[in-house]
Design a protein around this ligand. Structure first.
Ligand code: NAP
Length: 248
């Protein structure tokens, strides 16, 4: 695996699923890691797990949709570690229903968390990264941003927006050696996908050429690569991690 020794990383949505596994993988690769989400208890357990494996981490309970909490969270991170090298914008929610029935609150909540939350974190991270003249920003989008999906207009719009955001910021900060990329998972086995009906899961699996659902470790590996020095010449890209279910 790639080395991230002495790098400082922040992962949002780190309390479970892909974010949790990515945090453990970043720590394993040598990074010091700030883990953010709303559930302070789960973050506390993760910090203990990282320290018992010999890593260094900081729990940052925050709601990415709340600008004041994001600002305070970054102050906490910078005062502990003094820098930020890697930002993984992974926090997300779903509020699925057909567009015709979608309440404005459900539209707003999903856009605010998934897209505005990433923007708020990027703004804060850039303060540090521009001074350092280096950095890695990795936004977690989704295969549905590329294919569309019925019943997820809010989620799909937020994830397609993240791809646009990725490219816009990639151009803005390229001259400072900061790269900005997106990872687009397909169907990954996590608490987000666990509740889906078995019939739907069977149908989805039949559409995946590699014949299995993804593991959160599959996504974490792609994130580690994009965060590494070896990916220095890759920016503004979307890396699909979907078992071949969509080939863009
Ligand atoms: N699983 C899949 O098949 C799949 C496919 C494509 C893309 N993705 C994307 O991959 C990422 C991770 O997915 P997952 O399946 O691991 O999801 P998950 O298990 O539902 O975890 C989502 C994480 O986001 C955090 N979160 C939600 N709202 C937040 C907020 N306002 N502020 C801070 N943290 C917040 C949650 O923690 P708290 O509740 O503690 O705040 C949790 O840690 C997401 O961006 C998702 O859209 C997943």
């Amino acid at each position: 695996m790639f080395s991230l020794k002495d790098k400082v990383a922040l992962v949002t949505g780190a309390s479970q699923g892909i974010g949790r596994t990515t945090s453990l993988a970043l720590a394993e690769a040598g990074a010091k890691i700030a883990v953010a989400a709303r559930s302070a208890d789960k973050l506390g357990a993760l910090v203990l797990e990282i320290s018992s494996a010999g890593g260094e981490s900081l729990a940052v309970p925050m709601d990415v949709a709340n600008a004041d909490q994001v600002k305070a969270g970054f102050q906490q991170i910078l005062s502990k570690f003094g820098r930020l090298d890697i930002l993984v914008n992974n926090a997300a929610i779903t509020r699925d229903t057909l567009a015709l029935r979608m309440k404005l609150d459900d539209w707003d909540a999903v856009l605010r968390t998934n897209l505005t939350g990433a923007h708020l974190c990027i703004q804060q991270a850039l303060g540090a990264m521009l001074k350092q003249r280096s950095g890695r920003i990795i936004n977690i989008t989704s295969v549905v941003a590329e294919t569309g999906n019925a019943g997820q207009a809010n989620y799909v719009a937020s994830k397609a927006g993240l791809i646009g955001l990725t490219r816009a910021i990639a151009v803005e900060v390229a001259s400072r050696s900061i790269t900005v990329n997106a990872v687009a998972p397909g169907f990954i086995e996590t608490p987000m996908t666990d509740p889906l009906p078995q019939e739907l899961k069977d149908k989805m699996k039949s559409l995946i050429p590699l014949g299995r659902f993804g593991k959160d470790r599959d996504v974490a590996s792609a994130i580690i690569f994009l965060a590494s020095d070896e990916a220095a010449y890759i920016t503004g890209q979307v890396l699909d991690v979907n078992g071949g279910m969509h080939m863009g």
